[in-house]
Design a protein around this ligand. Structure first.
Ligand SMILES: Cc1cc2nc3c(=O)[nH]c(=O)nc-3n(C[C@H](O)[C@H](O)[C@H](O)COP(=O)(O)OP(=O)(O)OC[C@H]3O[C@@H](n4cnc5c(N)ncnc54)[C@H](O)[C@@H]3O)c2cc1C
Length: 370
């Protein structure tokens, strides 16, 4: 079978790419072992957030968040998209300085952000522990149920003519996608969007697995109103090695609270690490003591696909001119899926994209890795 593009992986990133490419008039196949949205997309938190680890990350997350606003009208209720805003919590005066830095950077870049006092923080989120210094409210961030969005995007791809194919891809390269059982798809462009499994197809990719834990409570409507994240998260999320936990809590539209988060390199077992889970929950109750009385109904883990420069790999793979990457999104792939698809589509069409693709080109990550 011949296609203009074959997208390998129907997580949120691959489904977004297939929808965008099919809408651009390409003959697209979207291949996955399973139904759309069952990889890291099903394990993630679904926080749509502008982050400023680097100028390139700020540009990508901000642009993608704008695309989420545009997608909102075509999402189903199952996607549970809500603009809750993010409330970054400053536990002390040092973190309050970080609030001011972040607010200045965000507003300079057109992202609405408001520094708030401790009194205002408690008005917005009464369950937080007393003694915090204040926070930063980013009102246009949101939350979403990502597996449902992946399914919507895969449906949009099919509505625009993409062909869904269920099967395990065993090899890619030279314009050929090999499927288990011997079938072969031929294409001008193979888009590898297989998340953390991308390295099984392309072993030289600079991607490492980074494990994360999440827990979800029973229903406690109204207890938390915004996505709450400790500013210390920045310190822990940035640490390249070592296990880290941080207070990160999300109100679901069901009234449940999704509690995160942890980051681990080198943990290959997908089981829940109860010692780490305990650390994560202890951190959460430091920020919100009432959590200790809530009932947790489920815990799970997932793996993020992490790159050395903490940016996704979007664009041509240097080792094979028929292979293109849309992978390596680490902890921001739900947020940045839509921008990834838009950048790739513009690249294929030979058009300038809304933001430059250059920082995310795989060649740049290889240089950072070298
Ligand atoms: C604990 C945790 C919390 C997170 N929280 C957030 C958050 O709040 N906000 C955010 O933006 N991001 C978050 N993320 C990150 C986000 O979940 C991922 O970056 C994103 O889901 C990656 O999507 P993907 O489509 O690239 O990969 P995946 O969702 O993993 O999809 C890859 C797909 O490829 C398929 N596949 C793999 N190999 C093959 C093969 N050989 N043949 C055929 N198909 C194949 C798989 O079946 C799968 O469907 C979180 C991640 C974790 C683990």
């Amino acid at each position: 079978m011949d296609f203009d593009s074959v997208v390998v992986g129907a997580g949120i990133v691959g489904s977004a790419c297939a929808a965008e490419l099919a809408r651009a008039g390409m003959k697209v196949a979207l291949v996955d072992i399973a139904d759309p949205g069952l990889g890291a997309t099903a394990a993630g938190m679904g926080h749509i957030v502008v982050m400023d680890d680097s100028p390139a990350q700020l540009a990508l997350t901000h642009y993608s968040r704008q695309l989420w606003d545009a997608l909102e009208t075509s999402l189903t209720p199952a996607c549970e998209y809500r603009r809750t805003g993010t409330l970054w919590i400053a536990a002390d005066e040092e973190e309050m300085q970080e609030v001011l830095r972040k607010r200045a950077l965000y507003t300079d870049n057109g992202v609405a952000a408001e520094a708030i006092t401790a009194d205002r923080l408690y008005e917005l989120e009464p369950s937080l522990r007393r003694g915090m210094s204040g926070g930063l409210l980013v009102p246009d961030d949101g939350v979403v149920y990502a597996p449902a969005v992946a399914r919507v995007l895969a449906m949009q791809a099919c509505d625009a003519g993409a062909v869904p194919i269920t099967g395990k891809v065993t090899a890619v390269g030279d314009g050929r996608v090999q499927l288990e059982g011997g079938a072969e798809l031929r294409t001008r462009r193979i888009v590898v969007a297989a998340g953390e499994w991308s390295t099984r197809l392309l072993p030289d990719l600079p991607i490492r697995r980074r494990k994360g834990h999440l827990a979800i409570t029973d229903r406690y409507p109204g207890m938390v109103r915004h996505q709450l994240v400790e500013l210390g998260y920045l310190k822990s999320a940035h640490s390249i090695s070592g296990d880290s936990v941080a207070f990160n809590i999300q109100p679901r539209s069901t009234g449940q609270l999704l509690i995160g988060s942890s980051r681990q390199y080198g943990a290959e077992d997908s089981g829940v690490d109860f010692a780490l889970m305990q650390r994560m929950l202890a951190r959460a109750t430091e920020y919100m003591p009432a959590l200790a009385d809530l009932s947790i109904i489920r815990m799970w883990t997932g793996f993020r696909a992490a790159t050395p420069n903490k940016l996704p790999l979007i664009g041509p793979w240097t080792a094979d001119e028929t292979v293109f990457l849309a992978t390596g999104h680490e902890g921001l792939g739900i947020t940045t899926s839509l921008a990834t698809a838009a950048l790739l589509s513009s690249y294929f069409a030979g058009r300038d994209s809304t933001i430059p693709i250059a920082p995310y080109l795989p060649a740049n990550a290889e240089a950072a890795h070298a």
